[in-house]
Design a protein around this ligand. Structure first.
Ligand SMILES: CC(C)(COP(=O)(O)OP(=O)(O)OC[C@H]1O[C@@H](n2cnc3c(N)ncnc32)[C@H](O)[C@@H]1OP(=O)(O)O)[C@@H](O)C(=O)NCCC(=O)NCCS
Length: 146
């Protein structure tokens, strides 16, 4: 059975492990900082009791940002990423968020294709965004508010 639950800082090892095994975005210290930021929620996608995906979602007034979004390699291409993204979009609608942003590495063809399916469009470029010096595209999805 698939479910989504909020993850708190005591499960930081789980987050750091998935990150290290996939996109290597943050150190444990950076993860700890994310957990402490006002407006940040970390969600885990669970298959039975196993966390197979994690996202970091930051709401700032009427805008939101996805700071981290990963599905475990073994569980990709099965619709789980879409399930988690639909959940985030629902959260935005509930919170009356009008714009959802994220950054994606220039050349991450899979993620580009994935985000296009959810009508994210490129609105900017962030030079030297990643620690290896590569650039990121800034993507935005407009949402309908009530
Ligand atoms: C991007 C990511 C989250 C997608 O998760 P997923 O569970 O595999 O996605 P889904 O199975 O829901 O796929 C939805 C759509 O995305 C696209 N997609 C997903 N994987 C793809 C692949 N390997 N090649 C091409 N398109 C792909 C397809 O359009 C797919 O629809 P389809 O299955 O009908 O063709 C996952 O690949 C991932 O974790 N990647 C590494 C981390 C990353 O790049 N995160 C984003 C930047 S922070």
């Amino acid at each position: 059975m698939i479910s989504i639950r909020e993850i708190n800082e005591k499960d930081i090892d789980l987050c750091y492990e998935l990150d290290s095994n996939t996109i290597s975005l943050w150190s444990k210290k950076q993860w700890s900082c994310e957990f402490k930021k006002k407006g940040v929620k970390v969600f885990g996608l669970l298959l039975s009791n196993l966390v197979i995906g994690i996202c970091v979602f930051h709401v700032i007034v009427d805008e939101a940002q996805i700071n981290f979004f990963v599905i475990n390699q073994k569980f990709r291409k099965k619709g789980y990423g879409s399930y988690l993204m639909r959940y985030l979009i629902e959260q935005c609608e509930k919170l009356n968020v009008s714009k959802l942003f994220l950054e994606v590495s220039l050349g991450n063809v899979v993620a580009e294709k994935f985000y296009s399916r959810f009508d994210f469009s490129t609105v900017g470029i962030r030079r030297n965004y990643y620690k290896d010096g590569s650039d990121a595209l800034l993507k935005e999805k407009k949402l309908t508010t009530k």
